[in-house]
Design a protein around this ligand. Structure first.
Ligand code: GDP
Length: 218
């Protein structure tokens, strides 16, 4: 069962005073515009085009909240660093994002979506600087991994893991591709853990008495 399938759009927030009550557990997705954040969220949501809500005109500069059926909230943060926006707008967003990341009590972890070909750009590092003092975990989703050869992708993964460890040894990273739907289970395991969901285990049905292989009934 996909973690985000049947997620329900709750609200868009422009100002911090409009945030929903922090009474649940949240996981936020951040990334530079065009990094592949919407595609990654939609892939994790099993292609239900969840994050395209966040891409509708008028919502791109908003923090979008989605309630997950199994409990918890997915928070889609506005993409940063691409469009040329007036300084005053950029400053408002930087302040809003920084404050949200630093002070939101229900925020359990940050998924940092980065194009595997251009990881840890200055603005990605800014997110890490803002979020670091909370002591909560970061998971880097290195997406568009299909655009790299296997060896180049693994080399990038190694480098990113090393650089993240310098921020905090508990930070993690993985390769991801929305195009090929790879890395979904790994991402779900991390995010599910943050949200307090029990890991999906391959629980076999208990065998009926006398069916145990190798146990012959006399
Ligand atoms: P966002 O701005 O971060 O939400 O980025 P989008 O999800 O809209 O993706 C930006 C562009 O990258 C789009 O043209 C996507 O089709 C493409 N893209 C996103 N993820 C992948 C991926 O995993 N592989 C490839 N090859 N392209 C991708």
């Amino acid at each position: 069962m996909s973690l985000f399938r049947n997620a329900r759009f709750v609200r868009s927030v422009h100002d911090l005073r409009d945030l929903p009550p922090a009474d649940g557990v949240e996981v936020a997705f951040a990334g530079r515009s065009n990094a592949g954040k919407s595609s990654a969220i939609n892939t994790l949501a099993d292609h239900t085009r969840l994050a395209f809500v966040s891409k509708t005109p008028g919502r791109t500069q908003l923090i979008n909240f989605f309630e997950l059926p199994a409990g918890g909230t997915l928070v889609d943060l506005p993409g940063y660093g691409y469009a040329k926006v007036p300084d005053s707008v950029r400053r408002h967003w930087e302040k809003t994002l920084a404050t949200y990341l630093q002070t939101r009590p229900s925020l359990a972890g940050l998924v940092l979506v980065m194009d595997a070909r251009h990881p840890l750009a200055p603005r990605d590092r800014m997110m890490l600087e803002w979020f670091g003092p909370t002591g909560r975990p970061v998971h880097a989703l290195l997406t568009k991994a299909d655009k790299l050869s296997r060896s180049a992708a693994l080399q990038t993964l190694r480098q990113v893991r090393e650089e993240l460890a310098a921020y905090d040894p508990q930070y993690s990273a993985q390769l991801f591709s929305s195009l090929k739907s790879t890395g979904v289970e790994e991402a779900e395991a991390v995010i599910g853990r943050w949200l307090g969901h029990a890991p999906e285990t391959d629980i076999k049905k208990p065998q009926a008495k006398g069916e145990s292989p190798g146990l012959k009934t006399p």
